[in-house]
Write a protein that binds this ligand. Structure first.
Ligand code: SAM
Length: 216
């Protein structure tokens, strides 16, 4: 990624007031949020508000998540520079671009072709060249690159899809909004052999995960 991008003052303010102030403390995650130009991932005219504390429309009825939630989900998987991470729901590509600065390789799956094409263009624009976009049903995961040290599901799911649990590495962490179609709980599971520990991190609202192991 070529640095720095314009609007760095807005990004610094966003990180100080919306992200660090609300308890995100991993310095690598804060640096990623300061570096990656969110305005590149938000279509006009909403790009004006790219550094506001809110999700924004990206077309096709989909959204780019609120910056704080992106930071929280990123911190919760505890990314390291050797990791391979799977994201379900590429959307704008922003979450994948944040991850790309923190881990070795990112695979991101998107089910809507047009959305995937935009995500690809955005990721090329910021030179996030360790991200691979796969078109398809992310509830099935992506076995060719498994196991994953971290998995982030960025759409609301009634439960964590079994194929994704199976593709999590030993000690790997998966974060997902789990619950109903309109309100979910942010859940983290961590794999220890065949056992999974579970943490709960509060209420969130995401668009639905549509697929074989998600919503119809
Ligand atoms: N992570 C995105 C970003 O950084 O902009 C935001 C994701 S948006 C909240 C949710 C995305 O999940 C949408 O683009 C939607 O099309 C996608 N989606 C829903 N169900 C899916 C599935 N089964 N597989 C892959 N993508 C899915």
């Amino acid at each position: 990624m070529t640095l720095p991008y314009p609007r760095s003052d807005e990004r610094r303010r966003m990180v100080d007031l919306q992200i660090a102030a609300r308890g995100i403390s991993d310095p690598r995650v804060l640096a990623a949020l300061r570096d990656v130009p969110r305005h590149i991932f938000v279509p006009s005219p909403y790009d004006r508000d790219a550094y506001a504390d809110t999700p924004l429309p990206i077309g096709n009825g989909q959204t780019i998540s609120q910056p704080y939630i992106v930071a929280l989900m990123t911190e919760l998987i505890r990314p390291t520079s050797m990791d391979i991470v799977l994201e379900i729901g590429a959307g704008s590509g922003y979450q994948a671009a944040i991850l790309s600065t923190l881990v070795r390789k990112v695979i991101t799956i998107e089910r809507i072709e047009k959305v995937a094409a935009h995500a690809h263009a955005n990721l090329v624009a910021v030179r996030a060249d360790n991200v691979e976009i796969i078109l398809g049903d992310g509830t099935l995961g992506y076995p060719p690159s498994a196991p994953y040290n971290g998995i982030i599901i960025t759409a609301a799911t009634p439960e964590i899809p079994d194929p994704l649990k199976a593709q999590l590495a030993e000690g790997g962490r998966l974060v997902a909004p789990v619950g109903g179609r309109s309100l979910q709980d942010l859940v983290v599971i961590e794999r220890h052999g065949d056992r999974f520990t579970e943490e709960h991190h509060g209420g969130v609202r995401f668009v639905p995960l549509i697929g074989k192991y998600g919503w119809e």
